[in-house]
Write a protein of this length. Structure first.
Length: 385
């Protein structure tokens, strides 16, 4: 592939900046940063070019709600990375990418976008474009880690993924805070057990589990969260009888005050409650945050290997959750640039990307990984079997 051009919508935001810097370090691509705040985009592009000593980054204007501006901004780009909290404008942005003949990768945690992208599948395939969605930390890594477990064990019986996040200084008051709040308000609780998905009302309190995250976080109580990428895993691995994604709490105030209010407000006039709940989440994570800070994603799996039942434990850690998200996204971009991470159609990142290669790349970019596999003595510590 000739020197590629990659566009980053929102490339001057919190996670977007990390993506740009990683692409500058680990690829030779030319980068186009775009968004509504053109002065911020130009300033960051200037800083990047001064640091690298090369003119590899340029800036331009684009508004996610305006397809013409997106087409103009990324004309000639091979790949568009959507790093902005603009999930509600997915149809406009995706249509612009298709018109420009541009591939797509997004890191947004915005469930409604999936229905929009699914409606565009035929156009995506006819255009020969590769659209990869849910390519961040979560969604993104949980399904990929389950697929990794399946590559390590001949028969995979159970695989649960848990995560803990703690931002130093709490959530910043940015547009991404409101998108994250909306997602929390409409989130579902569900786990796969004994051959079927089980969905729960409330906060899934009856299906909590303990996970020892290490890295100073220790043992934490985690609640189930339904991710789209997890639902296809039982079909991929027929022997799988238990899987799910679980998230640990933030602090006592957010867990016992903010989260119940988020769940209730999401079912009673959610549009009216987004801003007040976002502010409550902002102050709750800001005032009550305690170390350690960072993010850990943990895989706990069991199955059969060489005629023996084995358990597999894997932990991924980074002190900066936003940089961790960017690393997960760029690991997918690296596979795309190597060629084998590009297939025409619409893909969930956790289903498309090669797990072993992704784990190697994220370690190269600074994520710490710990893995242990050992035979089971008695009852499996990770599942009910």
């Amino acid at each position: 592939m000739d020197t590629p051009t990659i566009g980053i919508l929102g490339g001057y935001g919190g996670t977007g900046k990390h993506i740009v810097r990683l692409l500058l370090e680990y690829t030779d691509a030319h980068l186009v940063i775009a968004g509504r705040q053109i002065l911020r985009a130009r300033q960051f592009a200037k800083e990047c070019n001064e640091q690298t000593g090369k003119e590899r980054v340029c800036a331009t204007y684009a508004h996610a709600a305006d397809p013409e501006s997106v087409m103009h901004a990324f004309d000639g780009a091979q790949l568009l990375i959507v790093a902005s909290p603009t999930g509600r404008f997915t149809e406009e942005t995706a249509t612009a990418a298709l018109e420009a003949g541009c591939d797509w990768l997004d890191i947004q945690y915005h469930t409604p976008k999936l229905a929009v992208l699914n409606r565009l599948v035929q156009r995506i395939e006819e255009a020969g474009c590769c659209f990869v969605t849910d390519a961040g930390l979560h969604p993104g890594l949980p399904a990929l880690l389950v697929r990794y477990a399946a590559s390590c064990l001949e028969v995979l019986e159970a695989a649960n993924v848990s995560a803990v996040f703690n931002l130093q200084g709490g959530f910043p008051r940015t547009p991404s805070l409101y998108e994250f709040t909306r997602e929390l308000m409409r989130s579902r609780c569900g786990v796969y057990r004994d051959g079927q998905w089980r969905f729960f009302s409330g906060l899934g309190a009856g299906e909590t589990r303990q996970a020892d995250f290490g890295f100073g976080f220790g043992m934490r109580l985690c609640a189930p969260v339904m991710l789209e990428e997890m639902q296809a895993l039982p079909e991929m691995f027929p022997a799988l009888r238990e899987t799910g994604f679980y998230i640990a709490g933030f602090n006592w105030f957010v867990d016992w005050v903010v989260m119940p209010l988020l769940w209730l407000s999401g079912r009673v006039a959610p549009r009216l409650w987004v801003k007040p709940m976002a502010q409550l989440l902002y102050w709750g994570t800001r005032l009550y945050a305690n170390p350690p800070y960072g993010a850990v994603v943990k895989l706990e799996a069991c199955g059969w290997q060489d005629g023996r039942r084995q358990v597999l434990s894997l932990q991924l850690y980074h002190p900066d959750p936003y940089l961790f998200t960017a690393i997960a996204a760029v690991a997918g971009v690296l596979q795309y640039l190597r060629g084998h991470g590009r297939r025409a159609g619409l893909w969930l990142a956790g289903h498309l990307h090669n797990p072993q290669e992704a784990l190697r790349d994220i370690q190269t970019m600074g994520v710490k990984m710990q893995q242990e596999i050992s035979p089971i003595q008695g009852i499996c510590p990770f599942c009910e079997g």
